[in-house]
Ligand binder design. Sequence first.
Ligand code: NAP
Ligand code: ZN
Length: 350
Amino acid sequence: MVMNVKGYAALAVKEDLVPHSFVRRDPREDDVVIDILYSGVCHSDIHNAYNDWGGAKYPMVPGHEIIGRVVHVGKSVTKFAVGDLAGVGCMVDSCQHCSACEQGLEQYCEEGNTLTYNDIDRHDGLPTFGGYSDKIVVTEKFVVKVPEGIDLRGAAPLLCAGITTWSPLRHWQVGEGSKVAVVGLGGLGHMAIKLANALGAEVTLFTRSPGKEADARRLGASHVVLSTDPEQMKASANQFDLIIDTVPYVHDLNPYLPTLALSGTLVLVGYLGALDPFLNTVPLILGRKSVAGSVIGGIAETQEMLDFCGQHGITADVEVINIQDINSAWQRMLKSDVKYRFVIDIASLK
Ligand code: NAP
Ligand code: ZN
């Protein structure tokens, strides 16, 4: 069975995405084939297509916040049947036997997980292509169940923005009485506010954008601090058990460290690379504070997060777009002008 797929791809670095037809692999015994309904637009899609992280392979079909319906299941598939709703996030495979995989932390697979796009399938050596397309083929191990009744457009971003913020909230045991701060109100930031709030934390937003205060409060933040105002930063000293920093580009972490409480942690989920300026260790050492990092979440944890969102009625705030508008959507994201996640209606491809 040759599966012809329509999508949008970057054909070269920093070029606009264009319509692109390609072929998906024949489904294997453990594969499900998903007709994609909605695909979220993550800042990582831009980083990848612009080769900010190196290793970009073109044509690149981005997209790792995928919601759709199962249209075919392989012989050995047990979790899914034709007609089921299904979700796929940032990874589609891992080695399944290293210590990270055995703990259900496939995102930290010691052999490297297989990313949903811009990667190479570990079985057939063919490139992987993401969710800016009308179909995807994925082993059922990396497909999650989408709660019935959830708004599907708002659910798509849970597959990356949701799990990337959920995982540190759970790892650092955020709950009633916790004080959490979020740096940056974009796709990840707005999910971090919603999820931390639903877990019972008191939430503060650090933002460079004065215009985002009312939205932050509506999303669940009790306090908003303008990070460009040294007086407001000073007034936030010794507060937070956990700071989730979603800023995509290099920035100075030093102003945030004094706002951590004793033994608090600032976890980076946005910027990948060397820090500039250097970190001052004084507030770390004198307050037993940590700077940490975290990447997406495991498959079981992703299912836990989706079930939690289903129970609590949590979805992303989305602007639904046609795929023909993807290039202007990316330009708006680069200006931090999105409320708070673009989601592509894949019906627009047909
Ligand atoms: P986004 O929607 O573009 O939001 C980023 C927010 O950061 C902006 O809205 C803005 O908030 C703030 N910001 C942007 N540029 C800034 C700058 N130069 N200095 C300070 N603040 C800045 O992006 P996203 O989709 O949430 O993704 C955020 C980052 O997380 C990206 O780098 C992405 O690649 C990464 N990511 C990581 C993982 C992981 O597993 N660790 C998963 C997904 C995404 P304000 O206007 O409020 O300041
Ligand atoms: Zn993402």
